[in-house]
Design a protein around this ligand. Structure first.
Ligand code: MF3
Ligand code: CO
Ligand code: CO
Length: 253
C-alpha cells in the first residue's frame, strides 16, 4: 500500500522538506577545494541541531550495518551513500553529491544535489546537467492519474539520448514517516504500474553515470562506486502529488 498523507501530514511534510532543503543549500555552499567531506557532514549536523531536525541517515540500519554519517556525501566515482571522511578532501575538478535526509516532528524530507567544483571537465558537466534535467522532467510526470513508470520513463528517455548509464541498483521511493516507503521508483523501465494519487509524497532521484550503469561496493559496506570508476551524478527532490501540478516540497525558498 502506498501511504496517502492527510492534510495535517502534508503540512508536516512541507515543514520537514523545507528544513531538508535549507540544510542542503547551506552544505552545498560550503563545498570548496581543501574541505573534507567530514567537515561538510559536521556542518550539516550543526544546521540540523539549529533547525530542530535530526538526521534520518545517522544509524540507518541495513542488515548488521549502521550508517555512521549525518549526511551522505559521494565524490566523483562514488554513486550514493558515501560516508563522510576526513580523508576525502575536495579538489578542483571534483563533483560532490550531497544527500540530506532529515526528520522533523516525525516526518522525513529527502533531497540531494551534485555540486561542481570548477574547473569541471565538459563531459562531467554535461552529465550533471542531464541528470538534473531528467529530475525535472520526471517531476513533471508526478501527477494524479499517471503511473510510477511514467516517472521512470521520463528519466530513461532523457538520459538515453545522451548515452549515460542509469543506475539500476538504487531507486527513488515513497517518503513520509519512514525514509523508505512504498513505492519503489526506478529510473528506468515500465514495470511499476501503481497509479499516482493526491497525497502521495515521493522522493524522485535519478542517479546517472558517465559510463557503465554498473556499481560496486567500495568495501566499507555503504559507499557504492561505478564499476568503471568514471563519474556519477545524483539529484533528488521530495514531491507531493496533488490534484494539479506536482508540488516540490524540498524547496528552500
Ligand atoms: N538519502 C538516501 C536516499 O535518498 C538514503 C540514505 S540512507 C543512508 O534514499 F543510510 F545511506 F544514509
Ligand atoms: Co536522499
Ligand atoms: Co531518497
Amino acid at each position: 500500500m502506498i501511504p496517502i498523507k492527510t492534510p495535517d501530514e502534508i503540512l508536516a511534510m512541507r515543514k520537514a522538506c523545507r528544513v531538508a532543503a535549507v540544510i542542503l543549500d547551506r552544505v552545498c555552499a560550503l563545498v570548496a577545494p581543501g574541505v573534507s567531506t567530514y567537515e561538510l557532514d559536521q556542518a550539516a549536523k550543526g544546521f540540523m541541531d539549529e533547525l530542530g531536525a535530526v538526521s534520518a541517515c545517522y544509524n540507518y540500519q541495513v542488515g548488521r550495518l549502521r550508517f555512521p554519517g549525518y549526511t551522505c556525501i559521494s565524490v566523483n566515482e562514488e554513486v550514493v551513500h558515501g560516508i563522510p571522511s576526513l580523508k576525502r578532501v575536495i579538489r578542483p575538478g571534483d563533483i560532490v553529491s550531497v544527500d540530506v535526509t532529515v526528520r522533523v516532528d516525525g516526518f522525513v524530507g529527502d533531497n540531494a544535489r551534485t555540486v561542481l567544483v570548477e574547473p569541471v571537465a565538459a563531459e562531467i558537466r554535461k552529465l550533471c546537467e542531464v541528470t538534473e534535467e531528467s529530475l525535472y522532467l520526471a517531476i513533471e510526470k508526478a501527477r494524479a492519474g499517471n503511473r510510477v513508470c511514467d516517472i521512470s520513463q521520463a528519466v530513461e528517455k532523457h538520459v538515453s539520448k545522451h548515452r549515460f548509464g542509469i543506475v539500476r541498483k538504487f531507486v527513488g521511493h515513497g517518503v513520509g514517516r519512514g525514509l523508505h516507503e512504498e513505492p519503489q521508483i526506478p529510473n528506468y523501465g515500465k514495470e511499476v504500474k501503481n497509479l499516482l494519487k493526491p497525497g502521495m509524497t515521493l522522493a524522485i532521484e535519478p542517479m546517472i553515470n558517465l559510463g557503465t550503469h554498473d556499481v560496486v561496493d567500495s568495501g566499507d559496506g555503504w559507499t557504492y562506486v561505478t564499476r568503471d570508476r568514471r563519474a556519477s551524478a545524483h539529484y533528488e527532490h521530495t514531491v507531493l502529488i496533488t490534484d494539479g501540478d506536482p508540488e516540490i516540497l524540498t524547496k528552500a525558498g
